[in-house]
Design a protein around this ligand. Sequence first.
Ligand code: NI
Length: 135
Amino acid sequence: MKVKVSRKAHFNAAHRLFRADWSFEKNQEVFGKCNNPRFHGHNYDLIVSVTGEINQKTGYVMDMKVLKDLIKENIEETFDHKNLNLDVPDFKNLNPTAENIAVVIWNKLRPHIDDNKEIEVVLYETPRNFVTYSG
Ligand code: NI
């Protein structure tokens, strides 16, 4: 019997979507306002879910305090109030789209969670736009 448990988190970050090997005009055509050279910010909402068997001794799939601390240490402290393009090495050569941010978050968390559990990352860039990555 598998159960999915989820933890919500939040961070604010700035980014710019562009490719250095494209002209400004081409970037403007593809990325529009998100190509603003002075960057712009989002209030990102994050939901991390862990699916696995209930531990018969504790009754937990995963201790939520542990999940909370993993997200805080590995994601919030890395991304919150940062410029993703300039401050976070993962995006040095990777466009910080919601899609790519979700994959980076999943990759950062995966090594810290038991292999017998599945993890899913849902990242809201706006209240209406969100992406999901499960590996
Ligand atoms: Ni944006």
